[in-house]
Design a protein around this ligand. Structure first.
Ligand SMILES: [Zn+2]
Length: 236
């Protein structure tokens, strides 16, 4: 029997069931010593190549086929890692920190509006601040659209625009990744430095980060302008 110190997350219950099933089908042998085994390589020994294949393999993320766009070579690995945690709802948002008993329930207010609970969805999509930033990013591409508050749906929607296909989807994903990363850094600035980055400045930073990550964004694809006008801005 397993007891969770913090009561466990919803997604952990499935993992627990999976663990119980794995243990239940395991046959122990008296004449073998226990040893660690890396199941994604043929010889059971860990190597980076097999790990990379495991991460890229659609079988692991069968319920989220767009995962490959997260692991873009155009962005720093820390940004991909952050995006991955977002989609798993494992970033240290205030709500998640309260669940882990790191924060007091009274400290749950959103860094920007101070009214709603700071969960992943509100922080990155639902709050007026994040919402305004996304609208400005869409305006950059002259795209008018609705905004999903679900991380998965938002990401799928963003890289699924009708004019966005093939390798361009990877480029669109760079902008999405730059946006969520910039929102997170801006949120941290509010909490740890008591500094609010204006929406205009943050959008300029997103453009700059998108450009830094993917110089191809300067091209014009299928009528979508990615031209970036330089401004002198203070980096956060
Ligand atoms: Zn808010």
């Amino acid at each position: 029997m397993v007891l969770w110190r913090d009561g466990g997350f919803e997604w952990e219950l499935d993992l627990l069931s999976q663990l119980a099933a794995d243990l239940g089908s395991t046959v122990l042998k008296n004449d073998f010593c226990d040893r660690w085994c890396w199941k994604d390589s043929n010889d059971g020994i860990y190597n980076v190549k097999s790990t990379y294949k495991a991460v890229i393999n659609d079988g692991i993320y069968a319920d989220f086929p767009l995962h490959k766009f997260l692991w873009s070579s155009y962005v720093p690995s820390k940004v991909s890692d952050f995006a991955w945690k977002i989609l798993l709802n494992r970033i240290p948002s205030k709500c998640n920190l309260i669940k882990r008993k790191v924060l007091n329930i009274y400290a749950s207010g959103c860094a920007w509006c101070g009214e709603d609970l700071e969960n992943t969805s509100h922080l990155l999509f639902g709050c007026y601040y994040a919402y305004s930033v996304w609208l400005s990013v869409f305006a950059w591409f002259s795209v008018s659209t609705v905004l999903h508050n679900s991380c998965h749906e938002n990401f799928a929607h963003f890289i699924g625009f009708p004019r966005c296909s093939g390798r361009d989807r990877m480029r669109w994903s760079v902008v999405w990744l730059a946006t969520i990363w910039s929102l997170w850094l801006a949120r941290n600035n509010v909490i740890f430095k008591d500094k609010v980055v204006t929406i205009t400045d943050l959008v300029e930073l997103i453009k700059l980060r998108s450009w830094n990550n993917d110089s191809f964004l300067f091209c014009t694809h299928h009528g979508i302008s990615f031209v970036y006008g330089f401004l002198i801005i203070e980096l956060v």
